[in-house]
Design a protein around this ligand. Sequence first.
Ligand code: PGA
Length: 284
Amino acid sequence: MMVQLKYTISLDQITTLAYNILKFATLKLQTQFIKTMEAERYVLANFKMNKNLFEVKKWAEEFLALLYKGKKLKLKVGCAPTFIYIKALKEMVIGTDLLVGAQNMYFEEKGAFTGEVSPNQLKDISVDFVIIGHSERRNIFGENDELISKKFLSALKHNILPILCIGETKEEREKGKTEEVLIRQISILSKVRDEMKDKKVVIAYEPVWAIGTGIPATKDKIKEAVELIKTEASKFIKNFSVLYGGSIDEKVAEEIKDICDGGLVGTASLDPHKFYKIAQNFDI
Ligand code: PGA
């Protein structure tokens, strides 16, 4: 049986049709992806160079009491004390829901690197996460994108959840360079090798001008940055959460809970009651 073609269509029309079909299929896939990959939520305490051993333990005791007295939180909570207290804290909270992290690490596994701590050593004491590229490491200790990228990839390789901090300075924002800076800092993710693309990554958007100043970024600014970060990150990795950090208190947490996946908390985390309230407010 012969089928007669009634209409003739040009090559241009075929190309447009094929393009539209592909575009529709990609869009559908993307929507399905967003629906199935719900980002995990985190509220993490960064103690920086604060508290002695007694104070770290007292904090943990009080925080855990609050955590188990109230309604069970769905999000993950964690605390990063100074290196020398990690082991004691980890031992104290074993079997609880509190994650324990490090504020920094070096990328090499061992060797002549005086004063540094390796991923293997962190694994040895069962560290759950590591903060990489905090703005204080970048600005006070001169860490550049290249070093941060090595540390980030090393944490992934050693199965330690990396909390990658990015954010623009006041000057960069004033010069209209926020987007450019964030895209540059996030481009580290392009180095993630194929076999590691499924590994979990947490990105913390921390505008430098909002850290420790008591002046958090506005909801609009956070939303804009978080959306940009999500779009950029999804070009390279699949399984990630985006937190906000910078003068978070319980009010800020309540205000931004819908636009990011949690927070990285400095000053307010030092008080277990304030930190618990922030975690409660982020817990949706
Ligand atoms: P902050 O610190 O809450 O004191 O602003 C946040 C951070 O440095 O991660």
